[in-house]
Design a protein around this ligand. Structure first.
Ligand SMILES: Cc1ncc(C[n+]2csc(CCOP(=O)(O)OP(=O)(O)O)c2C)c(N)n1
Ligand SMILES: [Mg+2]
Length: 375
């Protein structure tokens, strides 16, 4: 069988930034907000790398290279929609108004963290100002959950859609198959966003699938499939906007494959130099999504070097300040080990809790467990 060559990804702007006749559907201040969000993701990455390398946080997941996928997709959603993100998607939360400080609380797992330190770092969850469901470590498990939520919205007649984001590696999970299958059967209002960044840790995309693309897999499930240039922010926005419109109007699910490239390690625990071909990395460098969007903004007279310098300084100060504040914020109280699971704490856990508070007090923490019971 001769392999079919994959189609060219859908684009809106040329690499030089020209978008002849395209209406982005965003006002100038919204375009600048999207740009500022890209820069904030970059600043967050940079600060987290330093925090991790200096031993102040345990772990971080860099986004360099894929920022336009998260920000472009998020810009096509309403705050009332639900996001089931992957761990490389916090640009979506930032776009919808989550502050770097709330994210830094998670990175330090402190008492102000939404998950009170119970999650891994970079595994954010937010209920305000958007529905950003807790990032799940086991790959692909959030995809059926997104379909279930979308099905519930559909049955209740609510005008909401779910966007589930995952990587190229995520397409090999059982969750991917179940989710796309039932999304097709139910015509559920869900958008699957496959962030094809070339790698699943050190496994290249070529070893992940024999299909001509990831987008083509949609056909087998009876849903729409779209291949889009992931570094062209406005193309990702447009593809997502059309998928959202389809979902809201009863047209069912879409699988979007956003083709991009991971320009750093998988995480702070990884050394990509051991397996990423230098030439491949270099070839993608000229498609840097932030520079690409800058060229578009310059073309519509919204950008110059001065704007970049001003915004970079502004977001760096905010992220840096957030890191300092989160580091100073006290750790979660001992009682949080026992809270938020049971409405009425079982007797054996109550006993264990009491013993742990007494031990902590004996070891010199007089406040341990203060006022903990009833939780
Ligand atoms: C079920 C499961 N298997 C394996 C892992 C280990 N693991 C963590 S990230 C990852 C790679 C995922 O790659 P991809 O979906 O392409 O996402 P990317 O990291 O490129 O954003 C793997 C295999 C896991 N977390 N869960
Ligand atoms: Mg990947």
């Amino acid at each position: 069988m001769t392999p079919i060559s994959p189609p060219e990804p859908f684009t809106v702007t040329t690499l030089e930034g020209a978008a002849a006749g395209h209406d982005p559907g965003l006002q100038p201040d919204e375009l600048i907000h999207a740009y500022r969000t890209l820069l904030t993701v970059r600043a967050f990455d940079e600060v987290c790398m330093k925090l991790q390398r200096s031993g102040r946080i345990g772990f971080s997941i860099p986004n360099r290279g894929i920022e336009a996928v998260s920000v472009g997709a998020a810009s096509a959603l309403d705050k009332s929609d639900w996001i089931f993100p992957s761990y490389r998607d916090f640009g979506m939360a930032l776009y919808h108004g989550v502050r770097p400080l709330e994210m830094m609380h998670n990175m330090f797992g402190n008492g102000a963290d939404a998950a009170k330190g119970r999650q891994m770092s970079v595994h954010f969850s937010f209920v305000e100002p958007l529905h950003f469901v807790s990032i799940s470590s086991p790959i692909g498990t959030h995809l059926p959950q997104a379909v279930g939520a979308a099905r519930a919205f559909q049955m209740r007649g609510e005008d909401r859609v779910c966007l589930a984001s995952f990587g190229d590696g995520g397409t090999s999970s059982l969750g991917f198959h179940s989710a796309l299958n039932f999304a097709g059967v139910w015509r559920a209002p869900v958008i699957f966003l496959c962030q094809n960044n070339g790698w699943a840790i050190s496994c290249p995309s070529a070893k992940q699938t024999a299909s001509e693309s990831y987008a083509v897999k949609a056909q087998a499930y009876g849903i729409e499939g779209v291949l889009v240039e992931g570094n062209d922010l406005l193309a990702v926005r447009e593809a997502t906007r059309q998928a959202v419109e389809r979902a809201r109007s009863g047209g069912g699910a879409t699988l979007i494959e956003a083709r991009t490239y991971r320009m750093g390690g998988h995480s702070t625990s990884d050394d990509p130099k051991r397996y990423v071909p230098a030439a491949e990395l270099e070839a993608w460098e000229c498609k840097d999504p932030v520079r690409w969007f800058e060229r578009y903004l310059a073309g519509v007279e919204l950008w110059d070097e001065g704007l970049r310098e001003r915004l970079e300084a502004e977001v760096m100060a905010e992220v840096d300040g957030a890191a300092k504040e989160a580091e100073q914020t006290p750790a979660p109280g001992l009682e949080t080990i026992f809270s938020d699971v049971y409405r009425d704490l079982p007797t054996h856990l109550r006993r264990q809790g009491q013993e742990s508070f007494e031990m902590a007090q004996r070891l010199g923490d007089p406040a341990a467990g203060d006022g903990a019971f009833p939780l």
